[in-house]
Design a protein around this ligand. Sequence first.
Ligand code: SF4
Length: 231
Amino acid sequence: MEPQAKLLEVHRRLCGVFGCPITYHHALSPLDELVSSLLSHRTRNADSRRAFMNLRERFPGWEAVRDADTAHVQDALSPCTWPEAKAPALQRTLRAITEARGALDLDHLAAMDTADARAWLQALPGVGPKTAAAVLSFSALRGRALPVDSHHHRVAQRLGIIPANLAVGPAHRVLEALLPAEWDAQMVYDDHQVFMRHGQRTCHFHRPACRDCAVLDLCPHGAQTLSPPQG
Ligand code: SF4
């Protein structure tokens, strides 16, 4: 099966499992979403949420976070992985936005088309394809952009929708190009959500539960996993 046809069939079946359309978790401003996304890298959701709330409670606004003693920001980020790296990186990103815009906000993104907004975000230090797509899709912008996290990426690789050696960064462009042009932002969001949830619930990094998988018949990795050992 061609990658696009397979993606569409997997999307259809997983939407049946998880129930599309999937409700958006929240509607943060684009800047809040950017900060949240920067904190979430390789960190459990509950921990990055705690770090985000620490910032909101300890500082009167993002300008204060930007201008604070880095040690104070680092302390607020202690629930995250690598607070010593994330604190200066976050301040660098906030300063870069201020320099580019003359103020610390991302409200101008609402007037840009998705491709331009994505390019603008990715020109910021510390902002890659996943963070840019998360800002556009998950925030109140509700843009048509596809974030690809490690679960989504692993499922797409195992199913053979993308090559096994395609890294997560370039996978964003490849996977998004496979989505039908007529899909709206909600359907693109659903696509990310169902692939991610399938990776969390069934297609685990270690010992995927292939026997319980709704797309086993489409999956070369699953066939290989379940095939009897050759004697
Ligand atoms: S068959 Fe196994 S490896 Fe393939 S998508 Fe399903 S759980 Fe993942």
